[in-house]
Design a protein around this ligand. Structure first.
Ligand code: NAD
Length: 462
């Protein structure tokens, strides 16, 4: 006989596994075709023009409230649908989006006055924005983009990652529910039930879409930047972390384990390879193993390489089966029974674990003799993505030198990588970090265009 709890779990599993469904089939803003989605969002944008900034802010406040309320649902759904990440960390990511994504306060108009009158520079909407979102932070990106884009006075059409469509469309529905409850228009953000390359092309080429935003790997950024339209590209990274001999080594070990294991290393900002001074390497590794890391040695490192990466001729690429998986599952696949937060291993600088953006809770550690070697190797490993880099050191000259040479959008000193997006560090958050196109950490202001209004002779008081 099945007890009540087991029956409940079975029903929940069946519902969760129904294609395109979460707990209901009619999701607000989610359409069968891109054509229908574009039609609906055009209508919504026309209506939004009649709303005040204060009304937009009310919608955003309500998105914050519902995101906090439903953070766990989205975290669970994200892990279940994509098979990647950790529920407890995804909850934190949603809370971060709800609490630290800027709203309309981010829009700062300018006024210039003088003998010849008054000139205003205002931050105007683009109109309808087309956004392509990743599988690694699906609902987080949809909600964060929606908040910034709506704050800027825009409407949004999403073409989410096909492997995360249920989670992404849950977020589209949530945003619409929040907007409607706050008195806003229907279908202010829209999406398609089954996103494909065709629906993506239709969105990108639609004359209704005035700005494109891509959050993902190099393929999608290149595609958007070749579209002939204004585009914001938030692309891949491969963030190095340096630890020198002046750092608080125990704290550095703790911080790096926290950052590199967060959501199983899915975040694009997470530490993905470590360069440590030879003189402090042993102490750093001890600190890591005492704080959640498992040190892999010898042949087992080769076995791990053969499992998580695929070799095509001379080039390595990721075996997608292992992206974002728990460290314990990865270890089990190579015959080790342990369940740490992170796997670490010592490798030479030329090892593929260093050069490939793996997005797995695996951190290769490379010993270096001094800061010159550390910076040279770290800059090489970052591949010029200009994304993120991190360092643990108390030597100001070295901190400054690495920052100048690596030229990344985010640079974190003496903290886990996620401090760079406002988790335990100052500043707002975003899940769309636009390195290639230079907007940096995107927020409402990134989704506006400047318009100038000039009044000559008069209307200033000096
Ligand atoms: P992905 O590149 O596989 O997919 C991202 C999105 O682009 C998806 O919606 C996908 O369907 C679409 N896409 C991919 N190739 C395309 C093409 N040629 N034409 C049109 N659409 C295309 O990325 P993912 O695996 O979901 O996410 C991980 C990658 O994204 C990593 O490289 C990570 O560093 C990067 N990322 C960057 C940021 C950032 O803010 N810079 C944030 C999150 C993820």
């Amino acid at each position: 006989m099945l007890d009540e709890k087991t029956i409940g779990q079975i029903i929940e599993n069946v519902i969760n596994n129904m294609p395109g469904a979460i707990t209901k089939t009619n999701q607000k803003g989610v359409f069968d075709t891109m054509g229908e989605a574009l039609c609906a969002v055009e209508k919504a944008y026309k209506q939004l023009k009649n709303y005040s900034v204060a009304q937009r802010e009310k919608m955003i406040e309500n998105i914050r409230r519902l995101t906090l309320l439903e953070a766990e649902n989205m975290a669970r759904l994200g892990v279940e649908e994509t098979g990647m990440g950790r529920v407890e960390d995804k909850i934190i990511k949603h809370q971060l989006v709800a609490n630290k994504t800027p709203g309309t306060e981010d829009l700062k108009p300018q006024a210039i006055t003088g003998d010849e009158g008054l000139t205003l520079i205002e931050m105007a909407p683009y109109g309808i924005i087309g956004s392509i979102t990743p599988s690694t932070n699906p609902s987080e990106t949809v909600i964060c983009n929606s908040m910034g884009m709506i704050a800027g006075g825009n409407a949004v059409v999403f073409n989410p990652h096909p492997n995360a469509k249920r989670t992404s469309n849950y977020a589209v529905d949530l945003v619409n529910r929040a907007v409607l409850e706050a008195g806003g228009p229907e279908n202010l953000v829209v999406s398609v039930k089954n996103p494909t390359m065709d629906s993506s092309n239709e969105m990108v080429t639609s004359p209704l879409v005035k700005l494109l935003v891509a959050t993902g790997g190099p393929g999608v950024v290149k595609m958007l930047l070749s579209s002939g339209k204004k585009a914001i590209g938030a692309g891949a990274g491969n963030p190095p972390v340096i630890v020198d001999d002046t750092a608080d080594i125990i704290k550095a070990g703790i911080d790096i384990v926290k950052g590199a294991s967060f959501d199983n290393n899915l975040p694009c900002i997470a530490e993905k390879e470590c360069f440590v001074f030879d003189s402090v390497a042993g102490k750093l590794i001890d600190s890591m193993t005492q704080n959640g890391a498992y040190l892999l040695k010898g042949d087992m490192v080769d076995k791990l390489l053969d499992t998580v990466l695929i070799k095509n001729e001379k080039k390595y690429s990721i075996n997608k089966d292992w992206v974002g998986k728990d460290a314990g599952k990865i270890l089990k696949a190579i015959g080790i029974d342990a369940d740490p937060r992170l796997i670490i291993c010592e490798v030479p600088a030329c090892h593929p674990f260093v050069s490939v953006e793996m997005m797995m809770p695996i951190l290769p550690i490379v010993r270096v003799k001094d800061i010159d070697e550390a910076i040279e190797l770290a800059v090489k490993a970052e591949h010029g993505c200009r994304h993120s880099a991190h360092i643990h050191s108390k030597n100001v000259d070295r901190l400054t030198r690495f920052a100048r040479e690596v030229e990344t959008t985010i640079f974190v000193k003496n903290a886990p990588s996620y401090a760079g997006i406002g988790a335990g560090g100052e500043g707002y958050t975003t899940f769309t970090i636009a390195g290639p196109t230079g907007e940096g950490l995107t927020a409402a202001h990134s989704f506006t265009r400047q318009r100038r209004c000039v009044l000559v002779d008069g209307f200033h008081i000096v």
